[in-house]
Design a protein around this ligand. Structure first.
Ligand code: FRU
Length: 481
């Protein structure tokens, strides 16, 4: 390990020691989501189950609650519920990654854990350089940097990053997010026999390919996966215009389904579908665990104007990951559902039938900051009903329009903002609240709304209004510390 590397680790650890307590006592701290010990977290990275242990790495700036030269922070778990903070995996210490060890992925090969990441470099004159780098570990905790294994090919700007690597046949593929010289977003494929020497295959998706028109100026964090016989490209495009209920966040995350031909090296795909309908969801990544499940973590945040207004910043931290979700592909669409393991967090159950008729009603037994609610719609009679979470965010179901909306206050402007999704004949709403986050799964995960919110700390109320008969189950959820 270089001297620079040791110094950066030392300073980062000092920063953690200085502010850990302050973060711990923040009333908006999350209790069953992965968040940074201090500082800013963004994308999940390097997700893998290695020798039975789950590893989650994440983009981390330990020094500020702002973006900067990112480290890879590291958590491990045996059950996806109880997590352990590991030593820093990667620090931005070398000439090829000194302005950030940016996002990437992990594979196991010959008993070793291999991390692929983007070395981000900014020259004093503002020009950017990008290197795809490799780091290897025997024990899954201490990593040796090998250095760049891939340089920027012709035809792209230096916005070229986020390698996702997987094994197929007797070789390896790597897919990267890119911007062409015409400033169009793309996903670019590479091939290797040995993980060290990579040859360019070319663009397999992007603006102007596969019947896709102009589709953003940059694509980040691509992930090509297989679900139920389909090949699916998850990707986070930047620069899409609002269209109806779609694309209201600054940047998007979604997927194209189709067929990847590993011989012809083509990917035929259909239209783009957003993965999440809420306000705070970006740069998701997946991995397949030893039981064969495809599990996704997303960043429960986004680089928008509001992020610097989160009240957690005064306590030296910002952002978190989503809870892990299992992906399935049913009737041409991805479903996301909470993992079975989440049930381990449940304590005390309340079960009741609510008949809501007009005015706002508070059911004192259905309240809390860290709870799971499973709401089955028994009768709605074509009307509207709403659930007000802690007087700070509202979910509204309008049966006649077949729409669900989430409304909250924008932390920057203080104005109400709305996200809406079509849902035909909604039958169930599954809600996970964790102090300052909400994840709402509709009809078994057909649509999901993910959002941060910052209610009055004392307020634990859940208020129902409108017209409906609902069967509600509620569990308190304990933290995983
Ligand atoms: C996505 C992203 C990635 C990049 C990383 C830097 O949020 O911009 O493209 O690798 O974050 O932290």
């Amino acid at each position: 390990m270089s001297e620079n590397d040791q110094l950066l680790r030392l300073w980062a650890n000092e920063e953690v020691m200085k502010f850990r307590e302050m973060v711990q006592q923040d009333p908006y701290r999350l209790h069953y989501h992965l968040m940074p010990p201090v500082g800013l977290l963004n994308d999940p990275n390097g997700l893998i189950q290695f020798r039975g242990v789950y590893h989650v790495f994440y983009q981390w700036n330990p020094f500020e609650t702002a973006h900067g030269a990112k480290f890879w922070g590291h958590y491990t778990s045996k059950d996806l519920i109880h997590w352990r903070e590991e030593p820093i995996a990667l620090a931005p210490s070398e000439w090829y990654d000194r302005n950030g060890c940016y996002s990437g992925s992990a594979v196991e090969w010959e008993g070793k854990l291999h991390l692929f990441y983007t070395g981000n470099v900014k020259q004093p004159d503002g020009t950017r350089e990008t290197y795809q780098c490799l780091a290897v570990s025997e024990d899954g905790v201490h990593f040796e940097k090998i250095g760049p294994i891939l340089y920027l090919p012709e035809g792209y700007t230096a916005h070229f990053r986020d390698p996702k690597v997987w094994r197929q046949g007797d070789g390896w593929f790597m897919i990267l997010g890119a911007q062409t010289l015409k400033e169009q977003g793309a996903a670019v494929l590479f091939y290797s026999k040995d993980l060290y020497e990579w040859e360019e295959v070319g663009r397999i998706a992007g603006s102007g390919l596969n019947g896709l028109g102009d589709f953003g100026y940059m694509w980040e964090c691509p992930d090509l996966i297989r679900l139920n016989g389909k090949d699916i490209l998850l990707v986070s495009p930047q620069g899409l215009d609002v269209a109806g209920h779609e694309y209201h966040n600054l940047f998007q995350s979604g997927y194209f389904s189709g067929a990847f031909d590993a011989q012809k090296l083509t990917f035929d795909h259909g239209p783009f579908t957003e993965l999440d309908r809420g306000f705070d969801f970006y740069a998701p990544q997946t991995f397949v665990d030893e039981s064969g499940r495809t599990i996704l973590f997303g960043w429960m945040g986004i680089t928008d104007e509001a992020e610097q207004h989160h009240p957690t910043i005064s306590n030296h931290w910002v952002h978190a990951l989503t809870m892990p979700r299992e992906l399935r592909y049913v009737n041409g669409q991805i479903y996301q559902s909470p993992l079975q393991e989440m049930k381990m967090l449940r304590k005390g159950k309340v079960e009741t039938r609510l008949s809501i008729d007009g005015a706002e009603e508070l059911y004192p037994q259905i309240a809390g900051k860290s709870i799971e609610l499973l709401i089955e719609l028994v009768e709605t009679r074509g009307g509207v009903f709403e659930i007000n979470f802690r007087n700070s965010a509202k979910l509204i179901y309008d049966e006649a329009r077949d729409e669900v909306s989430l409304i909250r206050e924008n932390v920057k402007t203080g104005k109400l903002e709305t996200r809406t999704s079509k849902v035909s004949s909604l039958s169930a709403i599954h809600v996970f609240l964790d102090h300052s986050s909400m994840e709402i799964f509709l009809d078994g995960g057909k649509e999901v709304f993910t959002a941060r919110y910052f209610p009055n700390v004392e307020d634990e109320s859940i208020v129902f209004a409108g017209h409906a008969v609902l069967d509600v189950k509620k569990w308190d959820l304990q933290g995983f510390e």
